[in-house]
Structures are given as C-alpha cells and as structure tokens.
Write a protein that binds this ligand. Structure first.
Ligand code: CU
Length: 333
C-alpha cells in the first residue's frame, strides 16, 4: 500500500496525454488521424483530506508506484486510434470504459490489457471503471478525455464558438466509509454520506490554512484547475462529474457560453453564470470568455474571482470545514 503526501496529476508519459505549461490541455491539430498511446497503472493508496484524515483511493496512475486521482487527462482528435494499456497492479478486478467508445470488460488482478478503439464524436468524456458500480468509480477510478474535432485546435465541435485554451475539471465527492469498504473488498453497506468534495482530486484551501497556495494540494492554485488568462483568452472548460450528486456550478466575474450538456450540443448558446451539472457521469462544456467583468465599477481588467458550487455541502470538508470543497480561482492577469 502506497502513501504519498501530495496528489499527482502528471502526464501519463505518452503523446496525447500531455498537459501543457500552466497545466492547460495542449493540443496541436493534425491533418490525418494518428495512433495515440497511453499507459495507466491501477494502483491504490491514501490521500490526506483537509481535516487530516487519510482516505483510501484507487486510481489510474502514471506508474506502479504512484497514485493519481483522477487519472491524467487524455486528449486526441476524432478518428484517431487510441491504444490504452491498463496494468492492474491490484488484487481485484477492474475495467476501463468510455461510454459509447470502449469497454475493456474485466481486467483481472495482476493482468495487463491493451484496448484499441477509435476516438468518436468530438466532446468531453469520462473514462472510468464500470465494475462494482458505482463504488470503484467513486473510489477514484476515473478521469477525463477530450476528443477534438479533426484538424481543429480551437473548437469543441466543428463550427462551435472558438477558444484559445482549454481545461478539464473532474468533480467528485468522497464517502470515506465507502472507500474503506472498497479497500477491504466489501460492498458499502451504509447510506452514501460524502464528506469530501474535489475538483481534479483537490479541494480548496483558505488563506492562513495549511497548504494554502500549494499548487499540488490547493485547487485554487493547481495549474490544471485554476483558470488564468488575460482579456480575450477565451477558455473552454470541460466539466465532468464522476460523483453521485448533481451540482450547481457558479462562475463569478463573467457569464459562460454554455455549449453542451451530457455531450449534447445546445441548440442555442445561452450565457449563464450558474449551471446544473448532472450527476453520475454528467458533463457540461462551457467557454469562460475572459471579458472585462461587466458589473465592476470602476471598470477593471485584472483581479481574482471564484468558481464554486452553490450546493453548500460541496463547499465543506469533514462535515463542516467551510470553503474546503469544490472551488477554484479565476485569475484575470
Ligand atoms: Cu457564487
């Protein structure tokens, strides 16, 4: 069993899985489809939560000696062949599933399996373990994948509003009692009682608290989560919900352009400041436009604003620690 002091969100170490400088997803379009390879090691371990409790997780990790929750994001373009190798280092059965694209079926204890499939429609998807549902997924076996339109670097789907940078937010919530049952190979037998709420595996810290500002731990500072831009740096955010709860996602300073929900393209693009994120593998795709905040007086072009959820439970940890939940910072540089 591995212990670690901080969460990993590193690249898996193969083309197509890289997060760029600053942690945003980087992508160079190609005229032709290619084969994108990646390796995930299914591992387990403990992650310290804001109240100090070490909670058990399983993850799709970058090496056999690390633990990554969520797994490092994948990015490919429509028509690419994805070749994903899963090394199950644990003593339990697991799987690798992307709805509508691939289902590895059972990868037994200690087994290695490579799945090969074609990247389908452009959009944002969750990869996850569909076995022992939903417990393995909630215990950490999940991550995000972006499928770009063929040959495009700045659209969610062909002809969509354009962006200049993009990010994936994977949200979930954690019931440590359930994770502990999963550790022991048992089915959870209590009502789901989430006590921790994470975005890309991290939760918010507040000024003065331990790890405030630590980009490995504080979701307000983690470069793969924090939105950072100057005026005009339109940012696509692919929001994926690995958890069981529906959320109310609220953006400050700008409204977002709402492009899709659960992979379905919206018939009209509405500008919204709060949006409903469906539970159980739901998704939203939005563009944060990085326009001058319209309501600021006097006018500003720089400053820091929050994205947080308006379902209050998610803004806590350990049953009460306030503002240690799913939130991040939007920095107008
Ligand atoms: Cu708010």
């Amino acid at each position: 069993m591995k212990r670690r002091t901080f969460l990993q969100f590193g690249a898996v170490g193969a083309a197509g899985t890289l997060t760029g400088v600053g942690g945003l997803l980087s992508w160079t379009p190609r005229a032709r489809a290619a084969t994108v390879s990646a390796v995930y090691y299914i591992t387990d371990g403990y992650v310290a939560q804001p109240d100090g409790l070490n909670v058990y997780f399983k993850g799709y990790s970058g090496s056999s000696s690390s633990l990554a929750v969520p797994g490092a994001p994948l990015i490919a373009q429509e028509g690419d062949t994805l070749q994903i190798t899963i090394v199950n280092t644990l003593n339990s059965d697991h799987s690798f599933v992307i709805d509508g694209m691939v289902d590895s079926s059972v990868i037994g204890a200690g087994q290695v399996q490579t799945v090969s499939f074609v990247a389908g429609s452009p959009g944002s998807y969750l990869f996850y373990d569909a076995l022992n549902a939903p417990y393995n997924r909630l215990a950490g076996l999940h991550g995000g994948i972006a499928v770009m339109p063929a040959g495009s670097s700045n659209e969610l789907y062909p002809g969509s509003p354009t962006f200049v940078q993009q990010s994936i937010w994977v949200m979930t919530e954690i019931d440590p009692a359930w994770n502990d049952r999963v550790r022991r190979g048992l089915t959870p037998d209590t009502t789901f009682t989430p006590r921790y709420f994470t975005i890309n595996g991290r939760s918010m810290r507040v000024p003065g608290s331990a790890d405030y500002g630590n980009p490995d731990i504080d979701s307000g500072y983690h470069p793969g989560t924090r939105l950072s831009g100057s005026i005009g740096d339109r940012t696509l955010v692919r929001i994926l919900n690995a958890g069981m709860a529906t959320h109310s996602v609220h953006f400050h300073a700008n409204h977002v352009e709402w492009l899709a929900r659960n992979g379905e393209i919206r018939p009209d693009i509405w500008k919204k400041d709060s949006l409903m994120l469906p539970n159980n593998r739901g998704s939203l795709d939005v563009i944060y436009p990085f326009e001058p905040p319209p309501d600021a007086h006097p006018a500003v072009t720089t400053g820091h604003y929050p994205m947080h959820l308006h379902d209050e439970m998610t803004q806590t940890a350990g049953g009460g620690l306030y503002q240690f939940g799913i939130a991040t910072t939007i920095a107008f540089e």
